[in-house]
Ligand binder design. Sequence first.
Ligand SMILES: CC(C)(COP(=O)(O)OP(=O)(O)OC[C@H]1O[C@@H](n2cnc3c(N)ncnc32)[C@H](O)[C@@H]1OP(=O)(O)O)[C@@H](O)C(=O)NCCC(=O)NCCS
Length: 143
Amino acid sequence: MSILADIYSEAFKNMPEQKWGVSELFELFSIRETISFVICTDAEPIGFALLRIVADEGEIITFCILPKWCNNGYATTLLGRIIDTMKIRSIKNLFLEVRENNEAAVNLYKKCSFKIISKRKKYYRNKQAEKIDALVMQYQFNK
Ligand SMILES: CC(C)(COP(=O)(O)OP(=O)(O)OC[C@H]1O[C@@H](n2cnc3c(N)ncnc32)[C@H](O)[C@@H]1OP(=O)(O)O)[C@@H](O)C(=O)NCCC(=O)NCCS
């Protein structure tokens, strides 16, 4: 668990309100509806995603790749694997929330066919305590 907490804290180090440590991640993992996906190179984890599945809907709770491995297509691979698994599990919709100004993540999700369906005004804060909107995005299966 601590290796995932290390990846998480490194990936989100510029996002002050994302402060999950080992105990918070452990708590999330222990919820029955939570499933995780880990991506490795040479058996070393370099990124992971946590999802919550309830009935035929899924939500990506968090998703990250270690910065030093970014821009190599690993997030695209991980998200593709998640989508394939959700299809097998007959999930109808997959949702997530992302900061509007998180260009890398928004581009990734758009590239993987997620669509923006709504906006949560002033949902996040940055280091300067400015409020930032969240985009709610959806991947629809069986379109
Ligand atoms: C967002 C994140 C997961 C992308 O991981 P990655 O492995 O670098 O992504 P990929 O290499 O698979 O790139 C996929 C697409 O994302 C977009 N992208 C990735 N990095 C980008 C950047 N720095 N700027 C703009 N777009 C970017 C591009 O559209 C890219 O497709 P392309 O290479 O065909 O142009 C990673 O930057 C990360 O973990 N960030 C910190 C945590 C985070 O923001 N998580 C999402 C929270 S909702």
